[in-house]
Design a protein around this ligand. Structure first.
Ligand code: HSE
Length: 324
């Protein structure tokens, strides 16, 4: 049976990486999304919908176009001309996995377009190869919490179902910080003590997620490998990391390479407003404007949308769903 399509649409989640100690190894998908439509065309056209997309290439150097061609090459088919549309609620260069969502969305859309010859594992290997760490791409692909490593040849992962009680408050500063810059400040070598600190904390954090020990998150969600160095790039981060758990957070971390900060919160907490005031107040002291957003873990990862009106544009189809 030919399961290929002439046009497909996918919905792909944002993600947060590291969760404190799990540097390059832990990721969680979040219910903030990008949507990609892809179809085979006579001539390549790329439509990026939304203000934040300015500056992103709309020719064949576009990342989504490029990853689609990688899928076609691997599957041994040729579709050099594509029409691609993308709308994203995921802010760019803020540590919420926007590039992982573009890569995973592009891979999944292209694969669906040709009848899904590539397995999820193959897409995961391709995405990790592109990103060089499996944390964001694993979460965007599989949803939930993903624990993963990459040895330079293969990425391995285990997905954990997020606890129902977990909610996420993100503070998204109104400035961009590239992953490259945030990795550049990290020392090339670290002490054995720091390595042991992170292995221990990350292991206990994963065990806490697996066993519902929300009480352990505050103590386990601490890091010695990257956050202390990145604090210089994100005014207010050091105080937020030190004090957010005194204001109702279960745990707090820099989201990926930053500058977004993320607090895990019990959804039944009565201290949500106190936490919001603490985050905004701390950033304001540093003259940093930020947007707060309450999110939940996404449990699905990238999804192929099967019910859409072919006659409507991508945006017309999703406008009831978009957030910003
Ligand atoms: N683990 C990465 C980092 C996340 O912290 O640099 C960015 O994709």
């Amino acid at each position: 049976m030919d399961t290929s399509h002439t046009k497909v649409r996918v919905k792909v989640p944002a993600s947060t990486a590291n969760l404190g100690p799990g540097f390059d190894t832990l990721g969680m998908a979040l219910d903030l999304y990008a949507w990609i439509e892809m179809g085979i065309a006579e001539e390549t056209k790329i439509h990026l919908i939304g203000d934040q997309m300015s500056g992103i290439p709309t020719d064949k150097s576009n990342l989504i176009y490029e990853v689609a061609q990688m899928v076609f090459d691997k599957a041994g088919v040729k579709h050099p001309e594509l029409e691609i549309s993308m709308y994203s609620d995921i802010p760019l260069t803020r540590g919420l996995g926007s590039s992982a969502s573009a890569i995973v969305g592009g891979l999944a859309a292209a694969n669906a377009l040709i009848g899904s010859p590539l397995s999820d594992d193959t897409l995961f290997q391709m995405a990790t190869e592109l990103e060089h760490h499996p944390d964001n791409v694993g979460a965007a692909l599989f949803g939930g919490l993903v624990v993963a490593f990459w040895d330079g040849e293969r990425a391995e992962h285990i997905r954990i179902e997020p606890d129902d009680r977990l909610e996420v408050l993100v503070a998204i500063p109104h400035f961009q910080l590239s992953t490259e810059k945030a990795r550049h400040v990290l020392p090339r070598e670290q002490s054995l003590a720091n390595a042991v600190f992170n292995v221990g904390h990350s292991s206990v954090l994963v065990a806490a997620f697996c066993t519902g020990r929300l009480d352990m998150i505050a103590r386990a969600m601490k890091d010695a490998l990257h956050q202390p160095y990145r604090a210089a790039l994100v005014p207010g981060l050091a105080k937020i990391l030190a004090e957010a758990t005194d204001h109702g957070a279960l745990g707090v971390a820099l989201s990926g390479a930053g500058p977004t900060m993320l607090a895990l919160v019990d959804r039944n907490s009565s201290r949500k407003e106190e936490l919001e005031q603490f985050l905004l107040g701390t950033l304001k002291e540093e003259q940093i404007e930020a947007t707060l957003m309450w999110l939940k873990p996404d449990r699905h990862g990238v999804q192929l949308l099967t019910h859409f009106d072919e006659q409507c544009t991508l945006f017309e189809n999703i406008k009831g769903d978009v957030r910003l």
